[in-house]
Ligand binder design. Structure first.
Ligand SMILES: [Zn+2]
Ligand SMILES: [Zn+2]
Length: 147
């Protein structure tokens, strides 16, 4: 499954004329298998062992290239680091307030919210973003162990 997605992503890179460097390949492979929506720093830490010459800046640069050709989505959080993912289908996020992990879940797209917002504000709506917050199962378990 993930092999297929990697191959498809690599085909997209080739079609876009983007050079497939070993690092770019590794970043893409890592992101395709990551479920936590890692930061550039997370990706750097996971891969630095294999690429001693790699820097966080290289990871950022690779992520930017992948984002520009539409293979990667960037979730920005104000001042704090962006998170990255390869899941480009419509979905929502739930975020653990303890460890910061972001998990995907599916819910019918809230189209009515968009059309209502457009109607009452006169904005030309482009998209929306909804996030649910809580404590993940692992953090709940850590919490009970402490007591
Ligand atoms: Zn957590
Ligand atoms: Zn996601």
């Amino acid at each position: 499954m993930s092999e297929k997605r990697l191959q498809k992503a690599i085909d997209t890179l080739k079609e876009s004329g983007v050079r497939i460097t070993p690092q770019r390949h590794a970043v893409l492979d890592y992101l395709l298998n990551a479920t936590i929506h890692p930061t550039a720093d997370d990706i750097y830490k996971a891969l630095e062992g294999n690429f001693p010459n790699m820097s966080v800046a290289t990871v950022y640069n690779n992520l930017r290239v992948l984002r520009e050709i539409g293979l990667v989505r960037e979730l920005t959080y104000g001042d704090s680091s962006s998170r990255f993912e390869c899941n480009l289908t419509e979905h929502y996020h739930i975020i653990c307030e303890s460890c910061g992990k972001i998990v995907d879940f599916h819910y019918p797209s809230l189209d009515e919210v968009e059309s209502l917002a457009q109607k009452v504000t006169g904005f030309n709506v482009s998209h929306h973003r909804m996030e649910v917050y809580g404590t993940c199962e692992e953090c709940q378990q850590l919490e009970t162990q402490k007591h």
